[in-house]
Design a protein around this ligand. Structure first.
Ligand code: 6PG
Length: 248
């Protein structure tokens, strides 16, 4: 069980993005004070776009100690880094390029490699940065309509991975880019904080199942995220929260 579990219901998708940016700044400051850097993993999809742009806006551009922020990814589509489907490219355009984040601070999953080689490469990158124990300061995640998070899809063997840090998975057929690279539960649950960003009415049913339904990690992989010595924070908008029984 996570040490702290919080579900914040916010009015609009913009409020979700604002709260995500506030959490980023607070957590970055605390991590840098404590150990000198802030290691954060980002996700792809539509939801984080506003959050990424907000971080590059003057309010945050000027206040955050960017040279000490290190960017990683929770998952990546197996496409080249200049492909519109690339999670790295999405963050590059909205956040990394506008803020001129140095290359040494950007630890991307190499989606252009053969998927299994890409996963091995990322395991090596993680060890190179963290050493033996992989402990992210924050991991930002999304929630798919089918209950997936990162690229941990319902019924996939990656859900049972207990040792390997990053694996290649073949996503269900209707997903953008069939091959994916994803961090596994040992990494997600070793983080200091995992933050889910969820908005929109189409997420209402799955959000209620994940947060309040019976536990079934194989059917709803997002339920498997619960940092053992860390925080689990859900930032959701009103539209996504309509089917929750308890609204904290
Ligand atoms: C990806 C993801 C994925 C995403 C969810 C939610 O690369 O697609 O990282 O896990 O977070 O599918 O996506 P939306 O924000 O588009 O709903």
């Amino acid at each position: 069980m996570a040490e702290e579990r919080r579900v914040a219901v916010l009015d609009t998708p913009d409020d979700v993005a604002s709260q995500a940016a506030i959490e980023f700044e607070v957590r970055a400051r605390a991590a840098i004070d404590e150990h000198g850097w802030f290691a954060v993993a980002l996700s792809g999809g539509k939801t984080p776009a506003a959050f990424h742009s907000l971080l590059a806006s003057p309010k945050y551009a000027d206040d955050i100690d960017w040279p000490n922020i290190h960017f990683f990814w929770a998952d990546e589509r197996c496409v080249p880094p200049d492909d519109e489907r690339s999670n790295y490219k999405q963050a590059l355009d909205a956040l990394l390029a506008p803020l001129r984040i140095p290359e040494a601070n950007v630890h991307r999953m190499r989606g252009e490699l053969e998927p299994h080689a890409g996963a091995l490469d990322y395991c090596a990158q993680l060890h190179k940065f963290f050493g033996e124990t992989i402990r992210f300061d924050a991991i930002y995640l999304g929630l798919g309509d089918d209950g997936h998070t990162a690229s941990l899809f319902p019924g996939n063997a990656a859900l049972d991975e207990r040792e390997t840090l990053c694996v290649a998975v073949h996503a269900p057929e209707n997903k953008v880019a069939p091959w994916r690279l994803t961090l596994t539960y040992p990494v997600l649950n070793g983080a200091r904080s995992a933050l889910f960003l969820v908005d929109g009415e189409r997420k209402a049913t799955v959000l209620a199942r994940v947060l309040e339904g019976p536990s079934d990690v194989h059917a709803l992989p997002a339920q498997g995220v619960s940092p053992k010595r860390g925080s689990l924070i859900w930032l959701v908008d009103n539209a996504a929260a309509t089917q929750l029984r308890s609204r904290v």
